[in-house]
Ligand binder design. Sequence first.
Ligand SMILES: O=C(O)CCC(=O)C(=O)O
Ligand SMILES: [Fe+2]
Length: 287
Amino acid sequence: MEQKMMDYLFDLQGYLVLENTISVEDLSEMNQWIDDHWEYVEQPWLPESDNRLRDRFRWIGNIQTHTYNIENGVNFQNIIEGGAVFERLIDHSSWIELMRRYINSEVNGLSIHENFLNVRGQGGYIHIHCGGHVPLSYLTFRQENTGEWMVGQINLLLALEDIGPGDGPPVLVPGSHNCTEIHPRLEANGKGLVYDGVTGLPAGTALATKEIYLKAGDAVMFTDAITHGSAKRVNLGYRRAVVYRYSPRFVRERFNLPHSDQLLSRLTAAQLDIIQPMKPQRPPQSV
Ligand SMILES: O=C(O)CCC(=O)C(=O)O
Ligand SMILES: [Fe+2]
């Protein structure tokens, strides 16, 4: 699609669907990674105890089995530690120039706020969250005075298998990044919420949401300012997706998970600039 058309649609809707973004080899390699780690899908967390869920997350090297809420399924956080195929996604040519353009990386630099692989079984979903009403620092979209791009976070959700009706697709409220009215499900006692922790309902049943269907290898990129979540997965089996969130370099990593020396030594200079945008500074070693 022509750049001008993409700009118009991204501005208007707050999201773009990118088709066929990655090779079939990369797709099957990522699916193979999931198959190889299936025991973590079946038993993502350490046995129940008095500990909070976050104390029960497991580790595969530097990758953490995480969830925001148990119904979201398992997030393999820090999946860039999972091998070359996940490293390639950091600055993949199918989307990196769009990220740079809309985040305005010439001024803001570029970083990844969070990267994970999500596997979600039957009954799983995400509650509705975000929207134009939320005063969260990285939910910017444009510079107010000049109108230049200044998107504070763009999520890239890549489907590793087809995601259709009943598969628990992501849902978005098109245009809601520009909406000042509070989405009805995000209003409690006259105040706007960031996240619907009140109703416990899947986002797919909320007003004005649109299900986004993706073929394996397609991706949806959306401003985190848009009101979104996912529909409940009613079909058997599991939804497989990868999420990388791009932000200005001033936005710190969400969970501060470790980068191994091996990973850092393998990354290209361009990838390293994204993963470690603020290089650690140390005084010179005294002898
Ligand atoms: O899992 C989904 O479909 C939605 C994910 C989501 O809310 C996000 O990536 O910010
Ligand atoms: Fe989200």
